[in-house]
Write a protein that binds this ligand. Sequence first.
Ligand SMILES: Cc1cc2nc3c(=O)[nH]c(=O)nc-3n(C[C@H](O)[C@H](O)[C@H](O)COP(=O)(O)OP(=O)(O)OC[C@H]3O[C@@H](n4cnc5c(N)ncnc54)[C@H](O)[C@@H]3O)c2cc1C
Length: 403
Amino acid sequence: MASSSSTADICVVGGGIVGLAVARELRSRHPGAEIVVLQRGERIAAHQSGHSSGVIHAGIYYAPGSLKARLCVEGARRLYEYCDERGVPAKRSGKVIVAAEGGEVPRLDELERRGLANGVPGLKRIGPDELREIEPHAAGVAALHSPNTGVVDFAAVAAALAADFTAAGGRVETGREVRALHAAGGRLSIEHSGGTLDAGKAVLCAGPWADRLAVAAGADPDPRVVPFRGAYLRLRPGRDSLVRSNIYPVPDPDLPFLGMHLTRDAAGEVLLGPTALFVGARDAYHLRRVVPRDLLESLVWPGTRRMMRRFWRTGLVEIRHAVSIRSFVDECRRYVPELRRADVERSSRAGVRAQAIGRDGSLVDDFVISESERAIHVRNAPSPAATSSLALAELIADRVDAL
Ligand SMILES: Cc1cc2nc3c(=O)[nH]c(=O)nc-3n(C[C@H](O)[C@H](O)[C@H](O)COP(=O)(O)OP(=O)(O)OC[C@H]3O[C@@H](n4cnc5c(N)ncnc54)[C@H](O)[C@@H]3O)c2cc1C
């Protein structure tokens, strides 16, 4: 490809759901501005946004006052409205979070407290009988029912956002890998695989590669993104009546993951998962994929070693789930007791979570947005960032306007 130079008022790097929502928001605020999305690879939503569980979260889990709490509740509301307007099928199918045994009830109490504090619509505590009415094959000592949780195909949402952006005069350039950013004279020079873009401001929404771009723009290397692969099983046809909508466990409060759940997705398939296995590539859609640079960067990061020392037992369980369908099924059988090994098969679906890990070994939980000269960096946008994307875009656009 011939090298070229071009200009823009604002450049958004990354054509995942967050970058596209930000580009659309900026375009609607600044109709006369030149706004361009640079996307590595030929497809938009090719990474996390196209490989998620597809759940529209209601906002239950997140610490009150956190960005996740605020932007998930608001984001879900706006996402349902947007899907209605744009004709993207989104279904409020509801969800139950099941305490399988008495020891999990205090953690369920805490989820209820958080959900109510966050203003989650319709959240209700239920007992075993009501649980069976909602999900006839689920069992537990207590549960939370969230009628506002739903499912959607986030890749279809991303496509609609991109279409809005381009219809309003924005430009999406694919096959453009951004490699470096230099700020000088009140402008940014953005080097990419097709040449150079001279931009007034930039927003970096690179998901699994967010830390690398932030460092390339002169920002702090802390936190680093470490990839965790999420694999799924699916219920075999004929056994999918075991699950009506979404059945979730009570998650481990020390981890930012929600635990392995059973989800009837927007296409009607019932998925079990995802696992959360430390892997050697930020795009490890196949288990054996290793990118030496990705692996090395994960291993030399002091936070990874600290995190591994703390969570080695969880790591061993995840390895067991990755190699043994039986152990995967045993985990889900805790809240769906009828589930058998013969009811499931491996799904080809897998996603790689970009989990930011601090130098001190902390698994960064909340969304993290930082700044360098003339640029905004989305440093941590894990689940529920797809649900929250429209609300997150508004917050990021405010920060861009204030630069
Ligand atoms: C297994 C799994 C299950 C999940 N389930 C849910 C769920 O049910 N509900 C929910 O709300 N969220 C869920 N999430 C989280 C959700 O998918 C993410 O929070 C969201 O997709 C993040 O979007 P993004 O745009 O930040 O990142 P991405 O979708 O990863 O996009 C980043 C983009 O940046 C591009 N890029 C990277 N580097 C460069 C570069 N140098 N130059 C140009 N472009 C670049 C990439 O090619 C990519 O297109 C899940 C995630 C995973 C992995």
